[in-house]
Design a protein around this ligand. Sequence first.
Ligand code: GDP
Ligand code: ZN
Length: 315
Amino acid sequence: MKGVVYKSTGSWYLVKTAEGKVYNCRIKGKFRMKGIKSTNPVAVGDKVEFDLEETGDDVFGVIKTIEERDNYIIRKSVNLSKQTHIIASNIDQAFLLVTLNNPPTFTTFIDRFLVTAEAYHIKTILLFNKIDTYTPEETDEIKYLAALYRNIGYECIGISAKTGKNIDKVKEMMIGKTSMFSGHSGTGKSTLINALEPSLDLKTSQISAQHKQGQHTTTFAEMYDLSFDARIIDTPGIKGFGVVEMEKEELGNYFPEFFAVKQDCKFHNCLHIEEPKCAVKEGLENGTIAWSRYKSYLQIMSGEDEQQYRVDNYS
Ligand code: GDP
Ligand code: ZN
């Protein structure tokens, strides 16, 4: 039998078949996925094959194989062992909620999210929420930001989770797909999900609480079916992805507008910092590449913690 993992407790997995039947499944003995080593061999979103077994009145599934994952997001434990935990897999797209105020979302945060999403191969759509609250000046700032990110290739939609403005557009983009919603706490994730699916009784805390975690606790994602052929993955406590570990030379590949001009840099391994005849720096000079993006690039490159800059520091 085949199905998709909707929930995991670490030892039990809820697996849903295409017909909508849900089975309690477990793994037996040493079950290891090829490739990545993780503390959890099976993650929410995994497509699995399982056999049914019976012990007395109890019927449960035993997971035999996992289909190769299209993508997955991980969290490394902060203790010394630095073990990898797979939070979720097979995510079609991430919606990043952005607000100017209450709370402010800085471009450095957006860019870190996008870099990691690129590295994870997860398509990201920027949702500028709370457009019902902005002054004309703030609306201009949103338009500036949306143009900046659209130019790079990211879809941007101005929405109001509160008034329902453009929620239909979000809905349309979700059909047939598995989506996740991210953004700072307070940007409106739970309000948006309630607007998309009023009957889905997801408590605000489930979607957006800042889970205070001990070093050894892991959090588990959960998948939900919505009424309009869409699925969402709720990843507790994940406002962003953090930045995945990568080589310095790799970072520029995850800024699509840098990657696009890279072949015009004099040096093929150009880091776009000190090198002469750098196409990225030329792009900054002639205005085709945004300074805010470059600033984020340098910040991530240097390994600094996120410094908060606003785009209007550069414009
Ligand atoms: P979360 O932490 O990301 O889940 O954010 P919430 O959904 O809890 O929203 C935080 C606050 O912002 C709540 O008071 C919401 O009512 C409010 N809010 C969310 N979306 C909008 C919006 O589009 N317009 C306005 N005016 N308020 C909103
Ligand atoms: Zn360069």
